[in-house]
Design a protein around this ligand. Structure first.
Ligand code: FO1
Length: 321
């Protein structure tokens, strides 16, 4: 079975661990979000691609869900002593090696898709990891700034999330460069060849939404003619982790499992899994033309996540029938 998964960072990566366990024979292609990418110290950092690569490759810092296990921060400390910022983004020594290799290959003319393939040759994630595009896309968030004219300013998504901890309202979320971007090589082909497409419990705005903002990807999925099944990242009207509620508010979407399903729309989504605490919303989702089941969605360990993934594949077969 060929499965295509649109993935962001931590939630997507953890889901993929479960999916691999639930469908060990499946051929899994991951279309990774690159809107979180940030250029720091002259290096290109791809947080969501690296989180998938490290998590599936066995190098992730498990509690954090990002960065490397067994990290040290000698380079970060030295940069701080030189007064070279920003200090709020925690880049470890091992992680720096990934960004140095990536940036060196960009300088040699390789596209991000080829670089990601090269980095994955070491990590062997057991899936094909494709960036959503080889073009530069960086998500910015519009926040209040009394000093700025108009009273607002745009900050990089990482600054909004990591430095500000999403503690201020997001008035708009803009994937800068998305409109001019095109799907990376292999992305449209993978979607066209898929037997099922899955939206894991990644952030519906800054992760899956950003992937869908690359011209051609949403249309390819909608037209693929195969089941598209998603799992809600919102449980009990709150995100399981991260700041999905803040960015959903920015795009005018309520933080409920049903509202996120409606946000993706029945033109895209055929099936939607909500957590058992949201079982009351299945009728609302089905009324929107999307098949809906309530199952446990807390990814407490790989076995539990594998069960969730199996439920998603089961729903896909029900939809296909
Ligand atoms: N998240 C944090 O909350 N604090 C950090 O200092 C931090 C550093 C970091 C470095 C490399 C990397 O790949 C990810 C990092 N993240 C950090 C997580 C990152 O902000 C998120 O994984 C995604 O961008 C959102 O899913």
């Amino acid at each position: 079975m060929r499965i295509v998964v649109l993935a962001g960072g931590i939630g997507g990566a953890r889901f993929l661990l479960g999916l691999k366990s639930a469908a060990p024979e499946a051929d899994i292609t991951v279309i990774g979000n690159t809107g979180d990418d940030i250029h720091l110290f002259g290096l290109k950092v791809c947080p969501d691609l690296d989180t998938v690569m490290y998590t599936l490759g066995g190098g992730i810092h498990e509690e954090q869900g990002w960065g490397r296990a067994g990290e040290t921060f000698a380079v970060k400390s030295e940069l701080a002593v030189y007064g070279v910022g920003p200090e709020w983004f925690g880049l470890g020594d091992r992680d720096f090696a990934t960004h140095i290799v990536r940036t060196q290959m960009i300088g040699a003319g390789y596209p991000l898709s080829a670089i990601t393939e090269a980095l994955c040759a070491r990590w062997q994630p057991g899936v094909r990891l494709l960036p959503m595009t080889d073009d530069r896309v960086e998500t910015h968030v519009l926040i209040d700034d009394p000093d700025a004219d108009g009273g607002r300013k745009a900050v990089h998504f990482q600054e909004y999330w990591v430095r500000l901890r999403a503690s201020v309202p997001a008035h708009a979320v803009v994937p800068v460069g998305a409109e001019q971007s095109k799907p990376a090589p292999g992305v449209l082909e993978a979607i066209a060849a898929a037997d099922v497409v899955l939206f894991p419990p990644s952030n519906p705005v800054v992760s899956i939404g950003t992937i869908l903002a690359v011209p051609g990807i949403r249309e390819a999925i909608a037209d693929a003619g195969v089941p598209v099944v998603g799992l809600s990242p919102i449980v009990g009207d709150a995100p399981v982790r991260g700041m999905a509620d803040k960015v959903l508010a920015a795009v005018g979407v309520e933080s409920t499992a049903a509202a996120v399903a409606a946000h993706y729309g029945s033109g895209l989504l055929d099936g939607w899994l909500v957590d058992t605490v949201d079982a009351g919303s299945t009728a609302e989702v089905e009324a929107a033309g999307i098949r809906c089941r309530a199952v446990p969605l807390m990814m407490t360990d790989t076995a539990t996540t594998a069960q969730m993934a199996a439920e998603a594949l089961t729903l896909a077969e029900e939809v296909r029938a």
